[in-house]
Design a protein around this ligand. Structure first.
Ligand code: KG4
Ligand code: ZN
Length: 335
């Protein structure tokens, strides 16, 4: 089954052709980062306009790269939430129009379900059940994936998402948007034990809180500025990254052990972080858990992951009709 998938929930316009949920025939991603960088974050109105400009070209390229045309496509898949509503609507309207005009099934996909499905592309043998740490710009969850379409959220952030914390700390130390990859690069040159930033809610179940560590970084910088003390940005980046990673890894491993699971996966933009990937891998090995992590390009927003999740939604009988809307704060597992 060849699925043409579309993703436009934030600042990437992407289209992909995915066969049977696992084979990526094409995955075209047009990023708007250079435009939003000027404003220090994603400007929703600009994002929507740029999606409109890019979407047809991106779809054409995805079909061409896959050696396909619309006739050979069996279904159209699209992200319908969560995300920026204007941005989501561009992809959703395009997908609806294509499904209607071509008379093909339409499959509406949850963005986070897509992130989790990136693991099925990465590893053909990977299947539920497993524990998935979901860390993106808008989400931080520990999810028990009991089946392709069944999710149990064991823990969530009570305030900032992990990616949001990376982006805010980046701004505080003068790094451009998107902060995550820049903080990682700077951290590589710093001392991760230089500053003891707080590890929030370490022993309180599976929920997270990242606003405290973010404030601690800001306070540290303010204090240095006021006392005229010099601070080393590399040390701040490395110590912050270590503090966040320690909490994420500890809770993920604990969830896997307590839920009696044997496998751990990771998903979402922050899972592109090298330090987090290494620490999670080490801890999984130490605990005898199988570990899977998608390639970097499959961690951040892309349509291939939506095409994979769509295949399993379709197999489960979940298709959408023309009345489907965009839902900016759609919860995982909610239809
Ligand atoms: O999944 P994603 O591409 O978009 C959302 O669904 O939110 O995640 C974007 C987030 C941003 O906050 C970005 O800074 C973060 O992922 N990110 C990283 C890295 N690459 C992207 N954070 C830490 N280290 C990275 N290497
Ligand atoms: Zn995402």
């Amino acid at each position: 089954m060849n699925i043409l998938a579309i993703e436009s929930s934030c600042d990437e316009t992407s289209a992909a052709v995915v066969r049977d949920g696992r084979d990526v025939l094409s995955n075209i991603i047009s990023s708007q980062i250079d435009i939003h960088k000027r404003y220090g974050g994603v400007v929703p109105e600009i994002a929507s306009r740029k999606h409109i400009e890019a979407i047809d070209l991106v779809i054409d390229e995805a079909l061409e790269k896959a050696g396909m045309n619309f006739e050979k496509i069996d279904a159209i898949a699209v992200t319908y939430g969560p995300g920026l509503v204007g941005a989501l609507l561009v992809g959703l309207s395009e997908a609806k129009a294509l499904a209607f005009a071509l008379d093909k099934p339409l499959i509406a996909v949850h963005h986070i379900e897509g992130h989790i499905a990136a693991n099925y592309i990465q590893n053909r043998e990977w299947k539920p059940p497993f524990i998935c740490l979901v860390v993106s710009g808008g989400h931080t969850n520990i999810v028990k994936v009991t089946n392709y379409n069944k999710f149990e959220i064991l823990g969530s952030t009570r305030d900032d998402a992990a990616g949001e914390a990376f982006d805010k700390v980046a701004r505080a130390i003068g790094l451009p948007y998107p902060g995550g990859p820049n903080v990682q690069r700077m951290a590589e040159k710093g001392n991760e034990d230089a500053i003891d930033f707080p590890r929030a809610m370490m022993d309180e179940g599976y929920d997270f809180s990242f606003s405290g560590v973010k404030s601690a970084v800001l306070n540290y910088i303010n204090k240095c500025n006021m006392t005229g003390e010099e601070y080393i940005k590399e040390d701040i980046a490395a110590s912050f990254q270590k503090a966040v990673t320690e909490v994420l890894v500890k809770k993920t491993i604990e969830a896997c052990r307590k839920e009696g699971m044997k496998k751990v996966a990771v998903a979402g933009g922050v899972s592109a972080n090298k330090y987090l990937r290494e620490k999670l891998r080490e801890e999984c090995e130490r605990n005898g858990f199988e570990f899977n992590v998608p390639d970097i390009v499959l961690c951040t927003d892309n349509a291939a992951m939506i095409g994979s999740a769509a295949f399993y939604e379709y197999k489960n009988g979940n298709t959408a009709d023309m009345s489907v809307n965009a839902y900016p704060s759609l919860r995982l597992g909610e239809k």
